[in-house]
Design a protein around this ligand. Structure first.
Ligand code: BGC
Length: 255
């Protein structure tokens, strides 16, 4: 067990990749702060799986797009467990629309959760680490789309590209404090964010042809990389993006 005695906060851990990360970090020995926005049952399911792994789970409701919620989430976690060592900025949303149809409300929703929320959750954690004079680890769940265009998802790509540069910048600024920050960039993973795609056999088989490993990823594939980055095995790793995408990013084939 690599995370014994650690406390990890995983945003958006009531489902999908976040839930798998919460369970995996618990199985490595960490107590878990389970953040969710609306899926109460999912958060409870995560907590029972964390407890089944022998660890403690605290459920906190927060809308990552609202800075006060974000700060409150960190405060509640610290009050309950006494500290936080690991922050996994996982919560994210996407909206499908042609560029010319994107509304201000949808743009704000995506950027607020995917970029502003990550920024201020990280800031709140860093202040806590500085106050308690401790080091820590920050892991952002980004996307292959921090690099790769995704037509009709321009706000999503802008948010993920933003998270990439935020991570690189903070690696430099937080390094002297002993705080590491890295991105994990999933490709196509079987999760609720992809429900539409998963129910479209034609699109799904076209997508699989673009993935060298010929399958969609599982949330556990992403969680395994997060467990490594959260552990002391990754103490000298900061400022980098790790792609967990079955080779999707680099697969261009002329038809
Ligand atoms: C998106 C998915 C998409 C995948 C691969 C992810 O970041 O959330 O909707 O299928 O990238 O393109």
């Amino acid at each position: 067990m690599k995370l014994e005695g650690k406390v990890a906060l995983v945003t958006g851990s009531s489902q999908g990749i976040g839930q798998a990360i919460a369970i995996r970090l618990a199985s490595e020995g960490a107590d878990i702060i389970i953040d969710y926005r609306s899926h109460t049952e999912g958060a409870e399911e995560t907590r029972s799986k964390v407890e089944a792994a022998g660890r403690k789970g605290l459920i906190v409701k927060a809308d990552l797009g609202v800075v006060n919620d974000v700060r409150q989430m960190i405060t509640e976690g610290v009050q309950h467990f006494g500290k936080i060592d690991i922050l996994v900025n996982n919560a994210g949303i996407e909206k499908n629309a042609s560029f010319w149809d994107v509304t201000e409300a949808d743009y704000d929703a995506v950027l607020n959760v995917n970029l502003k929320g990550v920024f201020f959750a990280t800031q709140a954690l860093v202040k806590h680490l500085m106050d308690t004079k401790r080091t820590g680890k920050i892991i952002n769940i980004s996307s292959v789309h921090e690099e790769l265009p995704f037509p009709h998802f321009t706000s999503y790509c802008a948010s993920k590209g933003g998270v990439k540069m935020m991570m690189r910048n903070l690696a430099v600024e937080l390094g002297p404090l002993g705080i590491t920050i890295n991105n994990v960039a999933p490709g196509a993973i079987e999760t609720p964010i992809n429900t539409k795609l998963l129910n479209d056999p034609e699109k799904l088989s076209a997508l699989k042809k673009n993935i060298p490993l010929s399958r969609l990823g599982q949330p556990e594939d992403v969680a395994a990389m997060v467990a490594f980055l959260a552990s002391s095995d990754a103490d000298y790793v900061t400022g980098t993006t790790f792609f967990v995408d079955g080779g999707l990013l680099w697969n261009y084939q002329e038809q």
